[in-house]
Ligand binder design. Structure first.
Ligand code: PEP
Length: 238
């Protein structure tokens, strides 16, 4: 299973170092076999010696250059970062990234062989408009994206579930994941208000290959519990 933490604009470099160390210690002590990805804030990117994969929440599709406020490939290479989050709803909706730009970014990092966690998901009005309209909306987020890319992980994250404490029902998650699996056979994560109290149930669902966790991942002990659930669910599946 893939257990991913999006730390967003939280945790300083020092806090991130402690966080990553706590995760590594947990994984060693419990012989965890989960693929754990952590996306720290930009200023907390660093060389971490750990069995946790560190990814970037964002980067501009450039080696370097005049893109104020952005970082480029040089800055990722400094820390050996080869994993990136693309298409997160906060970048689509708060920062106004268009599908065209997202696809350009995807292509750039794909050509460099990056592991890409690509996020899709609908806002509430699309969910309420019925399944067909919702799927049409999500399908548009696949435009320009190579769904057969070997280093692709997709995260389904309904926008209305992110940071709100609301989640689709387990049946709804299973249903939409089944639909999304027809678009790409890449591992498919669920994200949106996953926490200790629902992570195990979500991880147990068919066509759920892992979770992407925001708020609840900020507490290392909670996130470690979720890593542990990944190990339990994998054992139960055999
Ligand atoms: C996210 O932002 O990717 C996310 C899943 O956030 P939260 O867990 O807080 O809903």
């Amino acid at each position: 299973m893939i257990i991913a933490a999006n730390l967003k604009t939280n945790l300083t470099r020092k806090e991130t170092r402690n966080y990553v160390e706590e995760l590594s210690t947990y994984m060693k002590q419990h012989a965890s076999t989960q693929e754990v990805l952590v996306f720290p804030a930009m200023s907390s990117l660093d060389n971490y010696e750990s069995n946790v994969v560190i990814g970037a929440q964002n980067a501009y599709p450039t080696q370097n250059g005049a893109f104020t406020g952005e970082i480029g490939l040089d800055h990722l290479e400094e820390f050996g970062i080869k994993t990136i989050l693309i298409g997160h709803s906060e970048r689509r909706h708060i920062l106004g990234e268009s599908q065209e730009f997202i696809a350009k970014k995807f292509e750039y990092f794909k050509n460099l062989g990056f592991q890409i966690v690509y996020c899709v998901g609908e806002p509430l009005e699309k969910r309420e408009a019925g399944k067909e309209e919702m799927l049409t909306y999500i399908s548009a987020q696949y435009e320009g994206i190579d769904t057969k890319y070997e280093n692709l992980i997709i995260a389904y994250e309904p926008v209305w579930a992110i940071g709100t404490g609301l989640t689709p029902t387990l049946e709804d998650i299973e249903d939409i994941h089944q639909e999304l699996k027809t678009k790409s056979s890449a591992p498919l994560l669920y994200g949106g208000s996953v926490k200790v109290t629902n992570a195990k149930e979500v991880l147990s669902l068919k066509n759920v290959d892992g979770i992407l966790v925001g708020s609840a991942a900020l507490y290392s002990e909670h996130f470690c519990t979720m890593i542990g659930y990944g190990d339990i669910v994998e054992k139960e599946m055999v």
